[in-house]
Design a protein around this ligand. Structure first.
Ligand SMILES: NC(=O)c1ccc[n+]([C@@H]2O[C@H](COP(=O)([O-])OP(=O)(O)OC[C@H]3O[C@@H](n4cnc5c(N)ncnc54)[C@H](OP(=O)(O)O)[C@@H]3O)[C@@H](O)[C@H]2O)c1
Length: 251
């Protein structure tokens, strides 16, 4: 039986793999046969992710994406060791819930740096000669907040909006190299990131947010399956898209 989501033999770099959605993506890709390079800053949490991966040939990379200028060289030296990557998933991200008067320019820069600029530099690194295979695929973790206004999320929403605009441009630019570029616009998913949101809103406000999800709040696997779909043969004619995975929030 042919499984169009089979990823056997593919090598995929996943950022943000030490927690939440990124960890679920790493595990799902390994279950589909991929070899995973799991990247984040925290080595202990990365080791935990590594212990959950199925199959052989995985690797962890402790790297702070705040070091934007070093990202292409990091990918070059990584792939010199592993061989070319078949996929790149940028799941690392930070959430800032803060109204305009108390959001500093540094807050804005920090959010844009990890959520958006790192995606740009990762893709620049991935694009380098020898760093990616033929017919490779890039997936960015975006959010429904890129297209829906929610008070207190100016920096975060702007970072995801930038990511989705860049997705469309890079899809066109990199089509000539057969590299597909897509985003997954996720709704609210139970992770430590949402734990951060819960601590700054009242129970009533939190329940009001939950009430906007016809299928309820998502689990990290719900997003991981969509990312795998875009990376695998199932996504072979999809590029420049932002796939909404949000339990009906946008409906
Ligand atoms: N959870 C949601 O409801 C939701 C909804 C829509 C979209 N998303 C998006 O989905 C992605 C994953 O979110 P999540 O909920 O899984 O978040 P999470 O549980 O907070 O995990 C964030 C990940 O990003 C990594 N990270 C943060 N800063 C980093 C840096 N400077 N360098 C390298 N790695 C860094 C963290 O690892 P270390 O701390 O080990 O570095 C961690 O692995 C994010 O892009 C988020 O915006 C989430």
């Amino acid at each position: 039986m042919v499984n169009p989501m089979d990823l056997t033999g593919r090598l995929i770099l996943v950022t943000g793999a030490s927690a939440g959605i990124g960890r679920a993506i790493a595990v799902t890709l390994s279950q589909l046969g991929a070899r995973v390079v799991a990247a984040a800053r925290n080595p202990e949490r990365l080791a935990e992710t590594r212990s959950l991966l199925e199959g052989q040939g995985h690797r962890t990379e402790s790297f702070d994406l705040g070091a934007l200028d070093q990202i292409p060289a990091w990918i070059k030296s990584l792939t010199a060791d592993t061989g070319p990557l078949d996929g790149l998933v940028h799941s690392a991200g930070i959430l800032l819930v803060r109204p305009l008067p108390t959001t500093s320019r540094k807050d804005l820069a920090d959010v844009l740096s990890v959520n958006f600029e790192a995606a740009f530099m990762l893709t620049k690194g991935f694009r380098q000669r020898g760093c990616h295979s033929e017919r490779a695929s890039v997936v960015y973790l975006s959010s429904v907040m890129a297209s829906h206004g929610q008070a207190g999320l100016a920096a975060y929403a702007a970072s995801k909006g930038a990511l989705e605009s860049m997705t469309r441009v890079l899809a066109r630019e990199m089509a000539r190299d057969r590299i597909r570029v897509n985003a997954v616009a996720a709704g609210m998913v139970e992770t430590s990131m949402v734990g951060g949101l819960r601590s700054v809103v009242t129970d009533e406000q939190y329940q009001a947010i939950v009430g906007k999800y016809p299928l309820g709040i998502g689990e990290p696997w719900d997003v991981a399956f969509a990312v795998a779909f875009l990376l695998a043969e199932t996504g072979r004619w999809i590029t420049g898209a932002s796939l909404v995975v949000d339990g009906g929030y946008s409906a």
